[in-house]
Design a protein around this ligand. Structure first.
Ligand SMILES: C[S@@+](CC[C@H](N)C(=O)[O-])C[C@H]1O[C@@H](n2cnc3c(N)ncnc32)[C@H](O)[C@@H]1O
Length: 313
């Protein structure tokens, strides 16, 4: 199944595409955001994705928008280095649509899904440590910590114990095996009992939270004054990182306020201490009811955005 871009209208409203500007789409996926940006204005888009399987789609887009669309394989946490390879050191917008795409989730062979049996993989980049490596090699305590912190799973210890017991008999190599082990120790009324554990393992395997933190810091360095940072997240752990970053980098943290001129302070001093971002909105923007009806995967989406300020005198 192709990926339906989430909150596309809201993303465009936050980026405000303009002719001559340069944008980074850090999560190309099926190219929904990149295409919409390129169609909205005579702009240039540099798209990044760590998943080599999206190359064919990206290739197609570069033919449709010659000289305006460029494609880079890698992690969005490395966006500064990736763009430097194209001699780009400053951009007018960065957009991130965090998480997995429908193509990744729906392909049993990628091993993300507890609904379909497949190899226990979960690597977006198809390289590095797989979910099977983690599940079969991590210490019981580390597994429990991962399930607790990244899945907010209250039964983390019992699941970790069950995993260690099962793998002592034979390595766990399939998503269905892992899901069955979890379902034997967790009872959930509203969702599959394996949901939280699969999320936790996926986050760990792909270092998703570390990547997000690195991307936010990189975007701050890359964005030109008045550049827009737009991030769509899908669960509370990601949203918390974005919210705290934007609050702290816009002087909105508790106890602090945006810098106001003090008596006797020169204008230069005021400019120098301005925070790097101005929040576009205090509360996250949520998808409309119509979008959720059309695309249930949008239901937990939250969009936050901010505008880069001129902080140098
Ligand atoms: C939700 S999809 C993006 C969908 C896209 N906005 C669209 O409209 O088609 C997320 C994509 O980001 C990629 N991704 C996730 N984490 C990444 C990272 N750290 N670096 C680069 N790409 C990443 C995934 O491989 C996936 O293709």
């Amino acid at each position: 199944m192709s990926h339906a871009p989430v909150m596309l209208k809201e993303v465009l409203a936050a980026i405000r595409p303009a002719a001559g500007e340069v944008y980074v789409d850090g999560t190309f996926g099926a190219g929904g955001y990149s295409r919409a940006l390129l169609e909205a204005a005579e702009c240039t888009v540099y798209a990044i994705d760590r998943d080599p399987n999206v190359a064919a789609l990206a290739e197609k887009l570069s033919h449709s928008f010659p000289g305006r669309f460029f494609w880079l394989t890698g992690n969005f946490g490395d966006m500064i280095e990736l763009l430097a390879s194209k001699n780009v050191t400053s951009v007018n917008g960065v957009v991130l649509d965090i998480g997995v795409s429908s193509m990744q989730l729906d392909s049993a062979a990628r091993g993300f899904s507890f609904r379909q049996d497949g190899p226990l993989d979960m690597r977006m980049s198809a390289s590095g440590m797989s979910a099977a490596d983690l599940v079969n090699e991590a210490e019981e305590e580390e597994l429990a910590d991962i399930l607790y912190h990244y899945g907010e799973e209250r039964r983390s210890r019992a699941i970790a114990r069950a995993i260690v017991k099962a793998r002592a008999e034979k390595p766990i190599t399939r998503t269905a095996e892992l899901a069955a082990i979890i379902r034997r120790v967790v009872f959930a009324k509203d969702s599959d009992p394996a949901t939280r554990s699969f999320q936790a393992i996926r986050i760990k395997v792909n270092d998703e939270l570390g990547e997000l933190e690195r991307a936010l810091a990189a975007a701050e360095r890359l964005l030109a004054p008045q550049g827009r940072l737009v991030i769509v997240t899908f669960h509370s752990l990601e949203d918390r990182i974005v919210k705290q970053f934007l609050q702290s980098r816009s002087g909105e943290t508790r106890g602090g306020s945006r810098h106001l001129p003090q008596p006797g302070e020169t204008r230069d001093a005021v400019v120098r201490v301005l925070p790097p971002f101005l929040l576009a909105q205090k509360k996250p923007v949520l998808p409309t009811v119509e979008e959720i009806r059309f695309n249930p995967r949008a239901r937990s989406a939250k969009l936050r955005s901010a505008v880069r300020q001129e902080t140098r005198p």
